[in-house]
Design a binder for this molecule. Structure first.
Ligand code: DGL
Length: 273
């Protein structure tokens, strides 16, 4: 990598974050990115918090070593379990001039119709459903963060065990989605639904089918891309490049490249991390 490049790091436990990366590149075609998938250690959604924190820190260090001054944790599980801790307890000493962002703040802003910098207040809706991995749901981090901004909001958090594996393996996601949606609807009537895992956009049509007709499903990749583009306007020091992309994996590059190609319908070569 040359000195002139100023890539933004995008981190996910595996391939799911490519849904976010695709929207980031659409919104910011001239920005350089380095994508890192921790495929050797995925899935994160069934791991205890300490492991997710250690793995996330190692991935961010790897992206810093690639020259990334800003890293987006695209993975919801890592955002839920590791982001705050790393931002508060690790980054200030380890790399004070670098920044780590997660995916919850943009999602909560889009859901509530409120800006984070405006402070707490009433959300535009009272009840939302949030579908995510078991570890994300167990952490309760999304509800906690959402209610910091909008105390009136009730979030029905529902885990979708097995859904990430089904999507990764190319199996039909229907049964996992339907079970989770059914369980959520027994607990309340959501005015909107959030897919709180980078893999779930691949099952969006099934969620749409299973949810009551007309329930809006917020699209995380688009929301995160819009938010990052706005962040870069406010912080132009993190911006730059020519639209170049490097994809790294801790897993087997040939296997990961083939899986990425199958999921996204076009070749995406990965290098070893
Ligand atoms: N990428 C993770 C997320 O967004 C899900 C996959 C995993 O369990 O590793 O939550």
């Amino acid at each position: 990598m040359t000195e002139a490049r100023t890539p933004i790091g995008v981190f996910d436990s595996g391939l799911g974050g490519l849904t976010v990366l695709a929207e980031l590149r659409r919104a910011m075609p001239m920005q350089d990115f380095v994508y890192l998938g921790d495929n050797a250690n995925a899935p994160y959604g069934v791991r205890p918090p300490e492991e997710v924190i250690d793995l996330t820190r190692a991935a961010i260090e790897r992206l810093f070593a690639e020259g990334c001054a800003l890293v987006l944790i695209a993975c919801n599980t890592a955002s839920a379990l590791a982001l705050r801790k790393l931002q508060q307890e690790w980054l200030p000493d380890a790399a004070p001039d670098r920044r780590i962002l997660g995916v919850f703040v943009p999602l909560i802003e889009a859901l509530t119709g409120r800006g984070w910098r405006d402070g707490p207040g009433r959300a535009a809706l009272d009840t939302a459903a949030f579908f995510a991995t078991p570890a994300t749901v167990k952490s309760g981090a999304f509800t906690r963060e959402a209610q910091r901004l909008a105390p009136n909001l009730t979030v029905i958090e529902e885990a979708c065990p097995g859904l990430v594996d089904a999507i990764e393996a190319g199996r039909t996601p229907d049964v996992y989605v339907r079970e989770a949606v059914e369980a959520a609807l027994k607990r309340g009537t959501p005015e909107a639904a959030l897919l709180g895992c980078t893999h779930y956009p691949h099952a969006k049509a099934v969620f749409r089918d299973a949810l009551p007709a007309g329930t809006p499903i917020l699209s995380q990749p688009e929301i995160v891309a819009k938010s990052l583009a706005a962040y870069l306007e406010r912080h132009p020091q993190f911006k730059g490049g020519t639209g170049w992309l490097d994809c790294l994996t801790t897993g087997d590059p040939a296997h990961v490249s083939a899986r990425a190609g199958a999921l996204f319908g076009r070749a995406l070569p990965f290098d070893p991390a």
